[in-house]
Write a protein that binds this ligand. Structure first.
Ligand code: 13P
Ligand code: SF4
Length: 332
């Protein structure tokens, strides 16, 4: 017999009391899963708060790179994912594509020693390790500007992977030159050279959507995530990480209208405060939505039965170098 949401949530709460586990949930999770999170937040907060937590098991309701980051930062924790959910942007670059990008820049006359790689946290541990080995580091959407500002002090070219939009948005904010590998321009002219990756969900927001809301509700605030296209970010009133978006909206007067360009589940939870989804389509992240309450229950049950399924394992070299890249970010 199918259990109701309330029944499953009760079972989950009961198991959580019996085993040494912390459930972590990103804002893009389905509401009923998100409600089960002991730790919630944006990517940076999840990485930090989970590292400071001391439960033996972490059940991570999010996408693969997030669970991997916990494993890298806390190798003694046992990190389990209820679903094999991988961020499609993180999938756009692997170790081989990363090496190819370095070769492309070398062919264009930039020596590897003059490149400082920065990877958005939305990347595999393999890519983070490659970046760590080259002296580079990780950033998230909430600290990208601070990380790039500091990195520029080394006087090198920044190779930013995998999100071309985040890289270009930060370059625009800082008045720097940027390019995207393969766009026909000379990378030697750019301060920030971006890999050609993107988030398919955040590509759904358009200038037409912004125009629609500005016309319909004069005075409305347009708020977007920095994974949106630079043209969208330029036209917005506020650009921020998921946590920064929530904070910004919570501090607005009740009657202020806002249209938000980020994943549907997050925006939908804020609806009662005059909040609209900035899209003519439903911007759902398919893999964030993969994890169901049933998956979470079964994952916890398997841990209780001593047979965890979906545990993350990484080889020692990857853990070591990805950890160096992540810790460089944490140190800043
Ligand atoms: P945040 O770090 O802002 O939570 O973003 C994660 C993400 O995947 C956005 O698409
Ligand atoms: Fe990845 Fe985009 Fe989903 Fe975020 S919304 S997890 S960047 S696919």
């Amino acid at each position: 017999m199918q259990l109701s949401t309330a029944e499953l949530q009760k079972k989950i709460q009961d198991i959580k009391k019996r085993i040494d586990v912390t459930v972590v949930a990103h804002f893009y999770q389905r509401d009923e899963v998100f409600e089960m999170g002991d730790i919630t937040g944006d990517s940076l907060e999840l990485a930090k708060k989970t590292r400071d937590d001391d439960a033996e098991f972490v059940v991570f309701c999010g996408v693969g790179f997030m669970g991997e980051s916990v494993k890298v930062l806390s190798p003694n924790k046992r990190v389990v994912m209820p679903k094999l959910a991988c961020c499609s942007m993180a999938k756009m670059i692997d170790g081989l594509y990363y090496d190819e990008s370095i070769k492309t820049l070398e062919k264009a006359g930039i020596e590897a020693d003059d490149i400082l790689p920065i990877t958005y946290i939305n990347s595999s541990a393999e890519v983070k390790a490659k970046v760590g080995k080259m002296g580079g580091l990780v950033c998230t959407s909430s600290n990208a500007k601070a990380i790039i500002t500091d990195a520029l002090k080394q006087g090198k070219k920044i190779l930013f992977v995998p999100d071309r939009c985040l890289g270009q948005n930060i370059a625009n904010q800082m008045g720097l030159n940027s390019c995207v590998i393969g766009d026909g321009s000379d990378p030697k002219e750019a301060d920030i050279i971006c890999y050609d990756g993107f988030c398919s969900v955040h590509q759904l927001f358009s200038l037409d959507d912004i125009e629609f809301y500005r016309k319909k509700y004069p005075g409305i605030d347009i708020i977007v995530h920095p994974e949106c296209d630079p043209a969208i970010c330029d036209a917005a009133d506020f650009v921020g990480s998921t946590s920064q978006i929530i904070k910004y909206i919570k501090e607005l007067p009740e009657d202020k209208k806002v249209a938000v360009g980020t994943e549907f589940n997050l925006v939908n939870r804020l609806r009662e405060k005059n909040t609209y989804v900035l899209s003519s389509t439903k911007p759902e992240c398919p893999t964030m939505n993969e994890t169901t309450l049933q998956d979470l229950y079964e994952t916890l049950k398997a841990i209780e039965d001593g047979e965890p399924i979906g545990e993350i394992f990484l080889d020692e070299d990857t853990k070591k170098w990805a950890s160096i890249a992540l810790e460089r970010m944490m140190a800043l």
